[in-house]
Design a protein around this ligand. Structure first.
Ligand SMILES: Cc1cc2nc3c(=O)[nH]c(=O)nc-3n(C[C@H](O)[C@H](O)[C@H](O)COP(=O)(O)OP(=O)(O)OC[C@H]3O[C@@H](n4cnc5c(N)ncnc54)[C@H](O)[C@@H]3O)c2cc1C
Length: 376
């Protein structure tokens, strides 16, 4: 409200071509691409202090995508992001299988400081002319002239198109009644670690254990992120008990020997990590991008690439402004979902040492369901 008590429309409403809900990598890339093409774009995101996203790696293909968009400076190794030299994976046998980033045709990935990475992408959006409101999308209504979107601070926005970039929550699509399909149950508990040996190792270490799998990777500041991926019930227990956490690590002999005695920083952070996707990723006047459209089990290591790629592809489909461009966008997502389901199934089926344990049974059940044709 202005001092006179009248509504000041400059600040209480907006009329834009595209409203983007969510300023993660998917929303930021879509917003920038549309703004550079001359569209009036408003991003809304309250950026509530979320749990830090520890140890996430942008694959080499993601680095290359950003370079091609003129955003190479966002993904440069340095004080915030560190190159990943490959991986050491203990899965299906007690022996570590090495992989070298030099063999990756896209080059090495980058273990990110996510807060810094996201902030750099948002700066690039602003530089391209996107407007920004610190607010959350709360409700939306459609009429003959487009959408009327209500925000949690009482403001509203009129727009022809809304992009759902709200991550796994898929706020827009779910408000429109679109269903989400969960393809696997998984929760990740992450902690910061100070190992005592191999502290400079640039490779990611992944080890399967009887009740889940563990990820460990060095951050640019020298600390390590260690994540345990398991069933939701086990995650709750492990997060609350340092004895259980220690027991979890002792079930990973390769990792234990590799990193030596570890000093742990408190507390553990839990994140939902199972696969989930929308039954349809677009409709009349809306599209979903990134995790909102399709979120992967982190073993895929492709979430960030998918967020950047779908942000860009959705913007291109909107600029093309034809029904076939939108259906091509939907078809690409369906293809990616099918490839992901096949690879994930093969990977979990390759670990047979604990076939009687609930974690591996649940993952293999999910793999069978993903491969089965829908009935009815
Ligand atoms: C444990 C774990 C480990 C992972 N590791 C990796 C990895 O190593 N490599 C990799 O590539 N990927 C990894 N991922 C996946 C990666 O985190 C996601 O794929 C990526 O963050 C998706 O980006 P996004 O822009 O779609 O969504 P997000 O980054 O989730 O951004 C969504 C944004 O929407 C905003 N928002 C939410 N609701 C509203 C609303 N109502 N109104 C407005 N804004 C809203 C949020 O504040 C947020 O800023 C991992 C995921 C998990 C769970």
């Amino acid at each position: 409200m202005s001092k006179s008590g009248k509504a000041d429309l400059r600040y209480e409403a907006a009329n834009v071509d595209v409203l983007i809900a969510g300023a993660g990598p998917a929303g930021a890339l879509a917003a920038r691409h549309l703004a550079l093409a001359g569209r009036l774009v408003l991003i809304v995101d309250r950026l509530r202090p979320a749990s830090p996203r520890l140890g996430e790696t942008l694959p080499g293909a993601g680095v290359r995508l950003l370079v091609r968009q003129g955003l190479g400076s966002v993904a440069e190794a340095g004080a915030h992001h560190t190159p990943v030299g490959g991986s050491l994976t203990v899965w299906g046998s007690p022996h570590a299988m090495p992989s070298d980033a030099l063999r990756d045709p896209y080059g090495p990935g980058l273990r990110l400081d996510r807060a810094q990475f996201d902030a750099a992408l948002r700066s690039a959006c602003r530089a391209a002319g996107c407007s920004w409101w610190t607010a959350s999308l709360q409700h939306l209504q459609r009429d003959e002239s487009g959408w009327r979107i209500g925000l949690d601070d009482g403001r509203y926005v009129r727009t022809r198109v809304v992009i759902d970039a709200t991550g796994r929550a898929a706020r827009v699509a779910r408000r429109l009644g679109v269903s989400q399909q969960r393809t696997s149950e998984l929760v990740a508990v992450y902690r910061i670690a100070h190992p005592t040996t191999n502290t400079d190792l640039s490779r990611t270490v992944i080890e399967a254990t009887p009740d889940g799998w563990i990820y460990a990777g060095r951050l640019a500041d020298g600390r390590w992120a260690v994540g345990y991926h398991t069933l939701p019930k086990t995650a709750v227990q492990v997060r609350q008990s340092s004895d259980l956490w220690a027991a979890t690590l002792s079930a990973a002999p390769y990792l234990r020997d590799c990193l030596g005695p570890i000093v742990w920083a408190e507390p553990g952070i839990a994140r939902e990590a199972g696969g989930i996707g929308l039954s349809v990723p677009y409709g009349d006047g809306w599209l979903a991008v990134g995790d909102a459209a399709l979120a992967f089990d982190p073993i895929a290591g492709q979430g960030l690439f998918n967020a950047l790629r779908t942000g860009l592809a959705a913007a291109e489909a909107l600029l093309a402004a034809t029904p076939s461009a939108l259906s091509a966008y939907g078809a690409e997502l369906a293809r990616v979902a099918a490839i992901y389901a096949g690879r994930r199934a093969a990977l979990y089926q390759a670990e047979t040492r604990w076939a009687d344990r609930p974690f591996w049974q649940a993952q293999q059940q999910a793999a069978i369901l993903a491969a089965a044709p829908a009935v009815g």
